[in-house]
Design a protein around this ligand. Structure first.
Ligand code: ADP
Ligand code: MG
Length: 622
């Protein structure tokens, strides 16, 4: 693959450029690079610290703060301070519903399976935009510290992230003006930081134990010829160092005989105590007694008490390790190495119990909250071709995907994927009774298919007539070692099937590939903005369609006022759809949903609830 880069500041082409590694974390994010001595190093811009809290604050004057400074607003302005956005990335409201109390800001409940949005003031933000703001901050810090433009990055995600969460992470990078060369699993990056997997001769099975601020996961990886395969992952997305802090706080409340309700009502004091609890916890990794006061409240902690407080939580993580091994059909003796990741693994009890469970010493020499970013930097260096000892496997130079509603490119195999590879996704129809689906296959990096290169087009015919959103069409891409792409579409309810083959590299030169990559970088911001508008429009159109059908079907069960008010909301939505303003569209959708939900629920209309499952593809009714 050709290696090029563009200096956005000058517009000139650069052959050599630093590619950074980014750990976009739930609690903290950071960026690392390979220094001229070929060592991975984390970036500490102007002494601001290495870890950037993954927090975004929106000020009343339209000012946006990211990182440490945003953290203070968690107490003073919680509605406008977004934390833990990674939990929402690529998620629908349904996915996070049972944890909604966790968020102090407004997560929009569309009552549909579409991706969540967050409302700050009158503006709707997607988790992609918010993550984009964090990535932008990291990019700027890196540029400031390295004194050079940074345009390309490797970004890490948890091994359990699904396809849409990975795509969301790529899009966030795009919004930040970063060309995301590859999405790498966090456990893979951590292993690389320990040099595990760099030797192509080596075959190993490793366990990566990652205990962060609010999440825990353990991954079992198999490494063979430099390829990492995830055998199993397990964990708890609501278990982490924050729970240790809470346990200490609870202990102090009890010790000082404080009234919990009174304390919780005093945000400032409870936050101060929580921070003190975190400080006490951290001190336990180098001392055995903590003794301080917050006002009149004694904040004491000794190591033995601390360990008894957190023991149940640590036991929970060990159970997850057992489950992961069982899922991978392995026993403890099959694990060759254990790697510790995440700030909370600094806790001595955690190290001890994990080491005892696996029956061997664990890797913990590298800073556990930096290890993922450092590994990402190593992966970036490998991709840049700077490591002659490591074979750069054949990769796809351009992304491969299909057209979805509104002329959008839906990437199925992202660029830089190793060949051979296979990937697939499920789609559905957009209108009732749709019996044909036109599948158009494209290659390229732009968000709109009209800017990409068309590879093939075929019709999946004979889908039985069903309401929109009901058919389940699996589209699978198989790219073999010879670069032949086989595209297969199958409707799961009826079994109708269609297949074609193309060779994506046929008829395209390296220069054209370079040009396409360049265009995607220069147009990244506009592209994402257009995609978001089109997605909002498609969502609005689908909802209009569903609600109009609903009224036709159930009109007799609705009051005259209900119908006429719904019509008013529909008119507002239709006007918004022509406005070109995605926020206006989201607002109108939100209001229509709020209004119609009670009677949709009353009539238990399943069509309303089941509509819009997944992305849909246009087609003909007959
Ligand atoms: P994430 O991957 O979720 O972004 P991190 O890996 O940065 O999170 O871990 C953050 C957590 O690590 C916080 O709960 C923090 O209190 C905890 N932590 C940091 N240093 C220590 C320490 N010395 N002892 C115990 N916990 C620590
Ligand atoms: Mg992490």
């Amino acid at each position: 693959m050709a290696k090029i880069s563009i200096n956005l500041a000058t517009g000139s082409l650069q052959k050599e450029e630093i590619i950074v590694g980014i750990d976009l974390g739930t609690t903290n994010s950071l960026v690392a690079f390979i220094n001229p001595d070929k060592e991975p190093k984390v970036i500490n811009d102007a002494g601001k610290g290495v870890l950037v809290p993954s927090i975004v604050h929106f000020g009343a004057a339209g000012d946006i703060t990211v990182g440490n400074e945003a953290k203070d607003f968690l107490i003073t302005d919680p509605q406008n301070t977004i934390f833990s956005v990674k939990r929402l990335l690529g998620r629908s409201y349904k996915d996070i519903e049972k944890h909604k109390d966790f968020f102090s800001y407004k997560v929009i409940d569309d009552d549909s399976e579409s991706l969540v949005k967050i409302k700050v003031g009158d503006t709707f933000y997607t988790p992609i935009e918010l993550s984009g703001l964090i990535l932008k901050e990291l990019k700027e810090r890196a540029e400031h510290a390295l004194k050079t433009p940074v345009n390309r990055a490797v970004v890490t995600v948890p091994a359990y992230f699904n396809d849409s969460q990975r795509q969301a992470t790529r899009d966030a990078g795009k919004l930040a003006g970063l060309d995301v060369l590859r999405i790498v699993n966090e456990p893979t990056a951590a292993s690389l930081a320990y040099g595990i997997g760099l030797d192509p001769e080596e075959t190993k099975t490793i366990a990566v134990y990652d205990l962060g601020g609010g999440t825990f996961d353990v991954s079992i990886l198999q490494i063979q010829s430099g390829i990492f395969e995830v055998l199993a992952t397990n964990g708890d997305t609501f278990l982490g160092g924050d729970d240790f802090d809470r346990a200490i706080l609870d202990y102090w409340i009890e010790k000082n005989q404080l009234d919990r309700a009174v304390l919780l009502a005093n945000h400032e004091l409870s936050q101060e105590l929580r921070l003190k609890a975190e400080e006490a916890k951290k001190s336990m990794s180098h001392q055995s007694i903590f003794n301080e006061k917050v006002g009149e409240i004694w904040c004491t902690l000794d190591k033995q008490t601390f360990e008894s407080l957190i023991l149940p939580k640590v036991n929970q993580t060990i159970d997850c390790c057992k489950n992961a091994l069982a899922d991978a059909k392995l026993s403890i003796s099959d694990i060759d190495e254990v790697v510790m990741v995440g700030g909370s693994t600094r806790t001595a009890l955690v190290k001890k119990m994990v080491s005892e469970f696996f029956g061997k010493p664990v890797h913990d020499d590298v800073n556990p909250d930096e290890v993922v970013a450092l590994g990402a930097a190593i992966q970036a260096d490998i991709l840049a071709g700077n490591r002659k000892d490591i074979l750069l496997l054949d990769v796809t130079p351009l992304s491969l995907g299909i057209e979805t509603m509104g002329g959008l490119m839906d990437v199925i195999i992202p660029r830089n994927s190793k060949v051979p590879t296979k990937a697939g996704r499920q789609y559905t129809t957009s209108i009732d009774g749709q019996v044909n689906m036109k599948i158009s296959v494209y290659q390229g990096e732009r968000d709109l298919i009209k800017e990409n290169r068309k590879l093939a087009e075929f019709d999946l015919k004979g889908i039985p007539a069903m309401p929109a959103g009901f058919p389940k069409v699996d589209i699978n891409f198989l790219l073999n070692a010879d670069g032949i792409l086989k595209i297969q579409a199958i409707e799961l309810r009826s079994g109708v099937k269609q297949e074609v083959e193309v060779k994506p590299t046929y008829g395209i030169t390296d220069d054209q590939v370079e040009q396409m990559l360049m265009d995607s970088i220069t147009h990244a911001k506009d592209d994402v903005a257009q995609r978001m508008l089109i997605e909002a429009r498609t969502e609005g159109e689908q909802i209009t369609y569903t609600v109009e059908n609903f009224i036709k079907k159930h009109g007799t069960h609705l009051s005259v006022a209900e119908i006429s008010d719904t019509q008013k909301y529909l008119v507002t939505l239709k006007e918004a759809l022509t406005s070109g303003d995605k926020d206006l569209i989201h607002k109108a959708i939100d209001e229509l949903n709020e209004f119609t939900r009670p009677f949709a629920e009353r009539l238990m209309d399943h069509a309303v609830n089941t509509a819009m499952k997944g992305k849909s593809i246009e087609g003909a009714v007959d």
